[in-house]
Write a new protein. Sequence first.
Length: 124
Amino acid sequence: MNMIQSLSTLVIARFSGKINADEHSVMNALKSLLPVHGNDIDIGALIERIAMNGGNVVSLAMSWLSDDSNQTLAADQLSSLLGEHKISAFSRALGLNKNEAANALASIIPQLIDQNSQGGFLRF
């Protein structure tokens, strides 16, 4: 299972019964939201975007990459990082409330990075 499928599964599980979209629709919405390379999410590009954004989000991302516990990403930090318009488009594509989508993604994205990293480095 690639990262886009893993993230899609997490999103569908998080919104069980609240979205009327199949896995393909969720994956397309995620591809519009996050950086992609080929047909998968580019976590390296996402980490790079976080680093360029600066602020305390960088220290948050370091916690997700490390083997220690993950620090929490707030929905407003996620919106600033990805863009309010992209969060809105994602939520519309899945028929979700924008705030609910941002809050869920703020917990799911760190989880995805954590699951694909070890010792401070991404696993590919």
